[in-house]
Design a protein. Structure first.
Length: 309
C-alpha cells in the first residue's frame, strides 16, 4: 500500500458555515469507501481534492501534488465520475468519451481508439452511436464511468457510481471497479450511500459526519467484533442444541429460532458445535465468524457526530 492522500487540519468555511472541521486523514492505495449522511461534507471534500474549491485552513497532498497549488496536475492524474450528468447535447456516446480524451491531450485518432476500447469495457455496445440525451439513466452512468477512466488516470474518484443501475448491472459495475483496483493498480475513492457496495469491494472506510472524520480504518478491522464469536444457523429447533451448549458453559445470544451467536474463538467452537448438533439431532446450515455490520458502524459514527455538536 502507498499513500494516496495526506490531509492535515483541513477546514473549509462557506461564509459562517463550517463544511469541514479540521480534517486530518491519510488514505492509502486500494479501494476506500467514503461515507456520510447528506450534508456531512463529502462533496466539499471531493471538490477540495480536485481544486474546485479552496480550503480555508490546513494543507494536504494528493499523490506528489500539493492540494490547492497544483490543481491542474492533480486533475490530470485523477479520473472523476460526478454524481450528476455531464455531457454536451447532440454528441453521441463515443464522441463524448473522445472529447474527454482530447481534453486530456490524446490526439483525435488515438482518443477515438481509446474511447471504443473503454466503452467496450463499460458495456456500451451499439448505443455508443446514439446521442446521449436518448440514453437511459443506467447508460448515462456507464458513459460517465467511461469518461472518468479514458485517460488512464492512476486515481479514481467515483461519486455514486452504481446509482440508477438495476441489481445485475450494479454488480457488474462493482466488478469493473474491483478489476481496475486489483488488476490495473488504480487507487479508488468510492463515495456512495449504498453501504453493501462499500462492504463488498472496499479495503478501507472513511465516515464523515458534521464535517468531521468519525471513522477511518481498514474494513477488516472495523468488521472484527470486540468479543470473537461464531454465528451458527441451524436446520431444526434450537432448543435441545442450546441446552447442550449451555451445559458446556458457552455463552450465547439467540438471534432467531434458527440462528444463534456463540461467544468465543470460532476455531475453538467448531468441534463443540458439531458435537452438540449431533447429540440434539439438528443440522448445521452454516457457521461463520461474526462480523460487525457496516450499517451499525455507520449509524454509530453519525450518532457520534451529532453528539459532538
Amino acid at each position: 500500500m502507498t499513500l494516496l492522500i495526506d490531509l492535515v487540519e483541513i477546514t473549509k468555511y462557506y461564509g459562517q458555515y463550517r463544511a469541514l472541521d479540521r480534517i486530518t486523514l491519510q488514505i492509502e492505495s486500494g479501494i476506500t469507501g467514503l461515507l456520510g449522511p447528506n450534508g456531512a461534507g463529502k462533496s466539499t471534500l471531493i471538490k477540495l481534492l480536485l481544486g474546485l474549491v479552496k480550503m480555508t485552513e490546513g494543507h494536504g497532498r494528493l499523490l506528489d501534488f500539493e492540494i490547492g497549488r497544483q490543481s491542474r496536475e492533480i486533475r490530470a492524474n485523477v479520473g472523476y465520475m460526478p454524481e450528476d450528468d455531464c455531457y454536451l447535447h447532440g454528441m453521441t456516446g463515443v464522441e463524448s468519451v473522445q472529447f474527454v480524451a482530447q481534453l486530456s491531450n490524446f490526439p483525435a485518432t488515438e482518443g477515438l481508439r481509446r474511447s471504443h476500447e473503454i466503452l467496450d469495457f463499460c458495456g456500451l455496445g451499439q448505443e455508443r452511436y446514439r446521442t446521449v440525451e436518448t440514453y437511459s439513466t443506467g447508460m448515462r452512468q456507464k458513459l460517465r464511468f467511461a469518461q472518468a477512466i479514458v485517460h488512464e488516470p492512476p486515481v479514481l474518484i467515483l461519486d455514486e457510481p452504481t446509482s440508477g443501475l438495476d441489481p445485475e448491472e450494479r454488480q457488474i459495475m462493482l466488478n469493473r471497479i474491483r478489476s481496475l483496483a486489483r488488476d490495473h493498480g488504480k487507487a479508488v475513492l468510492l463515495c456512495t450511500h449504498i453501504l453493501p457496495d462499500v462492504q463488498s469491494i472496499s479495503d478501507s472506510v472513511v465516515i464523515l459526519a458534521a464535517g468531521r472524520i468519525q471513522v477511518a480504518s481498514k474494513l477488516s478491522e472495523l468488521s472484527r467484533p470486540i468479543v470473537p464469536s461464531l454465528e451458527v444457523r441451524l436446520l431444526g429447533s434450537s432448543g435441545a442444541f442450546l441446552d447442550r451448549i449451555r451445559q458446556r458453559g458457552i455463552e450465547f445470544d439467540p438471534v432467531s429460532p434458527e440462528t444463534v451467536v456463540l461467544k468465543g474463538v470460532p476455531a475453538d467452537l467448531t468441534g463443540v458445535v458439531w458435537q452438540a448438533a449431533t447429540e440434539s439431532g439438528v443440522g448445521i446450515r452454516s457457521m461463520t465468524p461474526s462480523r460487525n455490520s457496516l450499517e451499525e458502524i455507520f449509524v454509530n459514527a453519525v450518532r457520534m457526530g451529532q453528539n459532538h455538536d
